[in-house]
Write a protein that binds this ligand. Sequence first.
Ligand code: FEO
Length: 166
Amino acid sequence: MLSKAMLDILNKQTEKEAYASQLYLSMASWAEAKGLEGISEWFYAQSEEEREHMLKFVRYINERGGHATVPKVDLPPKDFPSVKAVFEASLEHEQMVTAAIGDIVALSLEQKDFTTNNWIQWFVTEQLEEESSVQGILDKLDLLGDGPLYHFDRDVMNMRGAEGEA
Ligand code: FEO
């Protein structure tokens, strides 16, 4: 059985994962509307992964005798100033999620909830992969500078880190 504090923090994380899914969906739509097919596919796939993350939280809460709340999420931004800005916003979001996962790890240790501590480790690894994947893309964009995005857009799907492991 989960403590009230653990239930609350896991429900909040469910909301963060749901928001991430919507944010990446909005980024996918922005890129698609601009004709950036590869980038939009990258964000559509990312959006799906985040929905899987959200479902993992819902199912874990219920498995541990709680009742997961289906979250209401804020509207994500619709427009982004540039391709680089969109990936920077993605990295910033992942860093925020990593910190939030860290808070769950800390609470699980404080409460000696070793089941949650064990379960949440998957997300610790996932966050490392996600941050590193987006950072890798930003490094490529830095190399490209103001050059044309055609090849980058064509190749970006091959830069997905932990594809299919959600
Ligand atoms: Fe589920 Fe990318 O955080």
